[in-house]
Design a protein around this ligand. Structure first.
Ligand code: GAF
Length: 387
């Protein structure tokens, strides 16, 4: 996000609403390095922010009117009243910003209206948290303008509530926290139980490596049933095992826990994924902290196998990225995000990036899949005011 983008968004705001905005804010999408489907099990995750952001130009209003406009959707200015906002009343893109206004008001914050113009460079439906970026940018703007004094993690909780209750998507807390709290040059080691955080330096270029994001162009959505089914299955597993959340099953007790689940085969697979995935996050953190960065590759790849075979949320395109990348020399690869499409990540030596990229592109062409979008990801900044 550069100064020109902020200026362009402010200019468009002025054209739409007839006055300069009070400010402009940006919030990023994310990739998740490791820790998938652990967040709604109170477990560990490790995302980092992308340079792609949702940008919002915003001004307050005092008359209870909420006006929303997006550069990325052809819907003109949508006008709502803050008093009329109702959960699940809106299935459009506007549900994300208006859900945040609803959640803030529900939490007792006196939001009396706003004019908002949004523009985003986070690819939608690519598993890179375009929705969370929209939510967080609006939450941060209103937090600043209305002087609400909420910290990043508190805004993340409000945004998650907006998405769970207002939008109706049963997501965890990872994406909103990543967008609100990530720092440049770092991955965020987050304990989703209490939102305690540790910024882990993650500078692959300094060590001669790269992380590629491969957007398969297979679109996914969390409001559809499969994500919710996995979540419900995990909650059933926790209930059958008598714990608050699967996070409470220690890795060393996994075999015994799986035995206790008897013939609940589906639940056993979900539990195995979550418990081993939490341990993979801890292994990745330990490896990064001891400077053994290359050794995280196989751990990422193990994570993919677990999501594919136990959690069953991969798809042929994601598997093809992973298999092809590994066969052409990558250090590790896995799907990232909610699954059923979206993006994969590939860890590779800088010298192998071209070979790996070409191999993936050729494999997609041979399989008759839509050409993937491949780009390099370097940890960028979390949500901030830009003007
Ligand atoms: C999606 C959700 F929004 C996150 O909360 C998380 O569960 C993720 O899928 C899977 O790790 O991005």
């Amino acid at each position: 996000m550069n100064v020109d983008t902020a200026a362009a968004v402010a200019e468009r705001f002025e054209e739409l609403y007839g006055a300069e905005p009070e400010g402009v804010w940006a919030a990023p999408g994310r990739v998740n390095l490791i820790g998938e489907h652990t967040d709604y099990n109170d477990g560990f995750v490790m995302p980092f922010a992308l340079p792609h952001t949702a940008v919002a130009a915003v001004s307050r209003r005092t008359d209870g009117v909420l006006r929303l406009h997006s550069q990325d959707v052809e819907s003109g200015v949508v006008e709502l009243r803050v008093d009329d906002l109702e959960p699940e009343s809106d299935r459009d893109w506007t549900a994300y910003p208006s859900g945040v206004v609803w959640a803030l008001r529900q939490a007792g914050h006196a939001i009396t209206g706003a004019d908002i113009h949004l523009a985003s460079t986070v690819p939608a439906g690519a598993g890179l948290s375009s929705s969370a970026a929209l939510e967080v940018v609006v939450a941060l703007a209103l937090n600043d303008l209305y002087d609400l004094g909420q910290k990043g993690w508190q805004l993340a909780r409000l945004c998650q509530r907006a998405e769970n209750v207002y939008v109706g998507a049963p997501v965890g807390i990872m994406d909103q926290t990543a967008s609100a709290c990530c720092e440049p040059g770092h991955a965020l080691f987050l304990d989703t139980r209490d939102l305690s955080q540790k910024q882990i330096p993650f500078d692959l270029a300094a060590e001669g490596m790269r992380l590629l994001v491969v957007d398969t162009r297979v679109k996914h959505s969390h409001s559809e049933g499969e994500y919710g089914k996995r979540r419900a299955g995990c909650e059933k597993g926790a209930a059958l095992l008598g714990v608050d959340a699967l996070r409470d099953i220690a890795y060393d007790d996994l075999a015994a826990a799986l035995d206790r689940l008897g013939d609940e085969e589906e639940v056993r697979r979900l539990v195995r994924h979550v418990v081993t995935e939490d341990q993979r996050v801890e292994r990745v953190v330990a490896l990064l902290e001891s400077g053994e960065t290359r050794a995280i590759g196989p751990v990422l790849t193990e994570g993919h196998a677990s999501l594919r075979d136990d959690f069953r949320i991969s798809c042929p395109e994601l598997d093809l990225v992973v298999d092809t990348a590994l066969a052409s020399g990558a250090l590790g690869a896995r799907m990232t995000g909610g699954g059923f499409g979206g993006s994969a990540i590939v860890l590779a030596e800088a010298a192998d990036v071209e070979t790996v990229t070409k191999a993936v592109e050729e494999a997609f062409a041979t399989a008759g899949f839509t050409a993937p979008r491949v780009f390099e990801a370097v940890p960028a900044a979390g949500a901030r005011r830009v003007s």
